[in-house]
Design a protein around this ligand. Structure first.
Ligand SMILES: [Zn+2]
Length: 238
């Protein structure tokens, strides 16, 4: 990814977007958007970063580790570190036995409608949601230069494969609408230059690993597709 300067009003960046703390009064960290733990090494150059307060940054790290270990376990079909396909998941599961146990117990076998046994991992959804919202807030600030305030009005986190064809088509369709983003915002620069942006409007952070889109249609709508498996959508009223 190319480094994209932005020129929108700096006053929106005076507060931690997660807790509202005035950044000048606390220790801060540069936080990557999306979380590096979700991506593969080598990381894309010039990953977006935003300043957040250190205590929020620290508070997310456990959930970020859980997120990639859980997602990796789902993709591998096991929480066994020896059989992981995502390197960061393997590392997290090998390093953290408690986490490995926890995710291992989240594998459930249930009968499907035909009466056959079906195995599935059932996540600690609050932790998954926490990471998805964190990244979505970061995308809004980085792309639009504006904070997404308060609680989202809508969150969905679902594997693409369980969506209907029509739901997938609707989810994949990114419509930036007639209202252009603010002049000087990073999203405006992307729309003009096409930088990291596919013709269909998705911004590719790392191919097959992470893509996202942020649309402002009166609400902020942030969609991501992670590992071409997990589809997420977070919406804030403006
Ligand atoms: Zn904070």
């Amino acid at each position: 990814m190319k480094s994209r300067p932005d020129f929108v009003d700096e006053r929106h960046k005076a507060w931690c977007i997660h807790c509202g703390e005035v950044l000048a009064s606390v220790e801060t960290n540069l936080d990557h958007v999306p979380s590096k733990s979700i991506l593969d090494r080598p990381f894309p150059e010039n990953l977006p970063t935003i300043s957040i307060c250190r205590s929020c940054n620290t508070s997310f790290s456990n959930d970020e580790e859980y997120f990639i270990a859980f997602l990796g376990s789902v993709l591998a079909g096991t929480a066994d570190p020896d059989h992981q396909v995502v390197e960061r998941a393997e590392k997290a599961l090998r390093r953290n036995l408690r986490l490995q146990d926890e995710i291992g117990t989240q594998f459930r076998v249930e009968k499907d409608t035909a009466g056959n046994d079906r195995g599935a991992f059932v996540p600690d959804i609050d932790r998954i949601r926490n990471v998805v919202i964190k990244n979505a807030r970061g995308h809004v600030l980085f792309e639009h230069g504006q904070p997404a305030r308060g609680k989202p009005v809508h969150i969905t986190i679902e594997p693409l494969q369980i969506l209907t064809t029509e739901a997938i088509r609707s989810f994949e369709t990114i419509d930036y609408g007639p209202g252009w983003p603010e002049v000087g915002s990073r999203l405006m620069s992307r729309l003009v230059s096409g930088e990291d942006m596919r013709a269909d409007g998705w911004v590719i952070v790392q191919p097959n690993v992470y893509r996202f889109a942020v649309v402002d249609n009166g609400q902020f709508v942030v969609r991501t597709v992670i590992r071409e498996y997990l589809a997420t959508e977070v919406v804030w009223d403006r």
